[in-house]
Design a protein around this ligand. Structure first.
Ligand code: BMA
Length: 380
């Protein structure tokens, strides 16, 4: 690591010396600037740069939640993946959820042991794939789940210094930080991951969203989250902001925590079947992704379709005829679908062998615009 840093330092010092002439910088300040830049080459920066290369290919990475932890009819079978069984490859992106990490539980809210998440994330990284994390924390006021919106403006209290909830939520965020910071490869280096806390906040279904709080408190929640991660020196997180569907850029940006807190402008938009559902989906994907992409471009950030899907894939050609043409309109670096539950028969978002959407999903995989694990492993 040090060796690489020295090379980069020398190379950058050279660059800054040259540009320094026209910009009026002397060699010493150029070297100081280069040293700053070297200090910034963290796993986070490496992943941002890598995702920038994905964007430059004009392709997008495909992601699936809990991909190797369980599938439509199985759980905890080493190496198994519904996506791989249909396409022959793992998804480029695997999303994992930290829900219950805040309580120090051994398993997260859908029963996946945190140890397994750690090991699967390391394996996904070793195969050249990327990991992302979402978090469905409990309601700190009521101890109910994320969907329990009782307790008033819980976020406001949680971000107010000196309150009981402030201590609790800081501690909870600390546990999320400790887990993410503990994900290291065989050589002991932290693996870079995308983390998108406090997601879908434009809707009112989570205690941190919509009518359950106010703009200032929501922003402070992000700031506090970052403060806790930074105080622990967690340097492997690429931060994603992921509102649910919106109609306008103003709605998309209303509670944006600020450029220094966000690396990826995300969007979560789900599809429901029936003609109205498909039309609505197209309209909402367009309004939401165009907000995400335009803001990403204006602010020098990346854009991603952080969550989507059609439960049960009741429209067999959904992947090729619905999702693909929409995504092709927007330069997103990844598109991630939700989970294939093993214990809720209708709750799956990628086909499994024998499902009517299998052929469409294979065609989606075979389209050169999609990146699965082997493809993305070549983008370093
Ligand atoms: C929801 C559903 C639930 C799950 C939750 C958290 O969308 O998949 O079954 O418990 O996400 O992962």
């Amino acid at each position: 690591m040090k060796y690489i840093a020295t090379i980069i330092s020398v190379a950058l010092a050279g660059v800054f010396t040259v540009t320094g002439c026209s910009g009026g910088k002397n060699k010493a300040s150029a070297e100081a600037e280069a040293a700053d830049t070297v200090a910034a080459v963290t796993p986070r920066v490496q992943l941002i740069e890598r995702l920038g290369k994905v964007r430059d290919t004009g392709k997008f990475a495909f992601g699936h939640h809990d991909d190797t932890a369980y599938g439509h009819t199985w759980r905890g079978e080493d190496g198994r993946s519904d996506v791989k069984e249909v396409t022959g490859d793992y998804p480029a992106i695997m999303n994992w959820d930290l829900g219950l990490v805040e309580w120090g539980a051994g398993k997260q809210l859908d029963g996946v042991p945190f140890e397994l998440i750690h090991d699967e994330a390391v394996e996904q990284d070793a195969r050249g794939g990327i990991n992302t994390f979402s978090w469905h924390p409990r309601n700190p006021a009521t101890k109910g789940d994320s969907w329990d919106t009782a307790g008033g403006n819980v976020v406001k209290e949680a971000v107010t210094g000196g309150s009981a909830l402030n201590d609790t939520v800081r501690e909870w965020i600390g546990r999320a930080a400790d887990f993410i910071g503990s994900i290291r490869d065989a050589a002991g280096n932290r693996i870079p991951v995308v983390f998108r806390p406090w997601h879908e906040h434009t809707g009112s279904w989570f205690w941190w969203g919509g009518d359950n709080t106010d703009t200032e408190s929501y922003r402070k929640l992000w700031h506090m989250t970052r403060e806790v991660f930074d105080a622990k020196g967690i340097d492997n997180v690429v931060w994603a902001y992921s509102p649910d569907k919106v109609d306008t850029v103003e709605q998309y940006m209303e509670r944006y925590p600020g450029d220094e807190y966000v690396d990826i402008m995300g969007a979560d938009v789900y599809c429901f079947d029936g003609k109205d559902g498909l039309e609505q989906y197209a309209a909402k994907v367009k309004s939401t992704l165009s907000a995400a992409v335009s803001q990403a471009e204006a602010r020098g950030k990346l854009a991603a379709f952080t969550e989507t899907g059609l439960e049960s894939i009741t429209v067999p050609a959904w992947y090729t005829d619905v999702l693909m043409p929409l995504v092709k309109e927007f330069p997103v670096v990844y598109v991630s679908v939700w989970r294939n539950a093993d214990n809720i028969p209708r709750h799956f978002y990628t086909p499994y062998p024998g499902h009517p959407a299998e052929e469409s999903f294979k065609a989606f995989y075979n389209d050169s615009i999609t990146l699965f694990a082997k493809d993305i492993s070549e983008i370093k």
